[in-house]
Design a protein around this ligand. Sequence first.
Ligand SMILES: NC(=O)c1ccc[n+]([C@@H]2O[C@H](COP(=O)([O-])OP(=O)(O)OC[C@H]3O[C@@H](n4cnc5c(N)ncnc54)[C@H](O)[C@@H]3O)[C@@H](O)[C@H]2O)c1
Length: 331
Amino acid sequence: MTLKIGWIGCGIHATQMLLPQLVRHDVEIVALCDIDAKRLASAGRQFGVKTLTTDADALIKTPGIDAVGMAVGPDQHLAFGKAALERGLPVFMEKPPSGSAAGARELQAASEKSGKPLLLGFMKRYSVGNKIAANIVRSGRFGDVLGLTGYYMTAPGYFVGNVDYTGFFLHHCVHYMDLVSFLVSPVKKLTARKVEKEPGKILFHINFDFECGAIGTIAMGTIQSRGAPVERIELMGDHQRIEVDNVIDIKWNRNPPFKVDDPTATLTDTIDSLTWKPNFTAAANEDPKGYYSLLSDVVPALAGAATAAPNIHDGVTAMERLETLRRELEL
Ligand SMILES: NC(=O)c1ccc[n+]([C@@H]2O[C@H](COP(=O)([O-])OP(=O)(O)OC[C@H]3O[C@@H](n4cnc5c(N)ncnc54)[C@H](O)[C@@H]3O)[C@@H](O)[C@H]2O)c1
């Protein structure tokens, strides 16, 4: 059955990333909402939607909708998410699920009270390299994950005129507060330290002690250009190592013998390194960042199915972890 969706927020992310992938699924976008009339009209034209409103409450009350989706901002996610759930509608929202852990817990309570799911846009789980890494680990062929290292950087330009790191934490860091546990296990302890070159240019190292016994370090900061890759993850096991570069390129190093002195040296399926990157010239959907794959779990979940889509429970965990991080950094 085609799912009828009302959507709030017709900004860059919604119109360029989410809605084009959403409409590939069995959905009908019935109504759109944005306070910016120009963006609203443009989105209506692009996605063929006639019911347009600047009032989110009116959108949520649109007759006949089965679910609400939104990509707006932290405070609006809290207000509109609660309003939609209170109306008995399942919700998909981009991260962050409100601007605080307390807000995320309010959303969780609203979801539990209404019995309707609240799914979240933690699509890093679905970015193709991360997805492959997680599948290798879950297959049992990797053995225990002993360590996680990586980095997630952004640029100081993000802070022009606003040297308040709140946006960096809420819109960026929150992704890895979720991803590390998706790849390894729940976090037992989080500590962090920082260096700030000048206001707006910060680097911090986060240490994770995982429940499974693994240790982890993620470097994060605002001192790199976004014109070059800014994400990397490495999982360390016993004679095994997975490297994911730029969320897409993946290499799985295993336990090969020395080759140089062996005249019969070859490459063997079971012990040599495996590597993959997509062919970007193929006219096929590689969905590298994972929005389509995320929505493949989200859409059936909105219709009531149990899927692996990240939900508000994951959101509460990530937001609580984010606040621990900010306390550690005194930021
Ligand atoms: N998962 C990801 O990869 C990813 C990437 C980018 C953005 N996002 C998230 O998506 C959200 C939106 O980000 P963006 O980059 O598209 O921002 P944006 O500013 O381009 O879009 C937000 C839109 O919401 C509209 N809006 C604001 N208040 C509103 C209200 N009260 N009612 C209706 N519309 C309202 C704005 O007019 C704007 O068009 C943020 O929470 C961000 O963290 C996620």
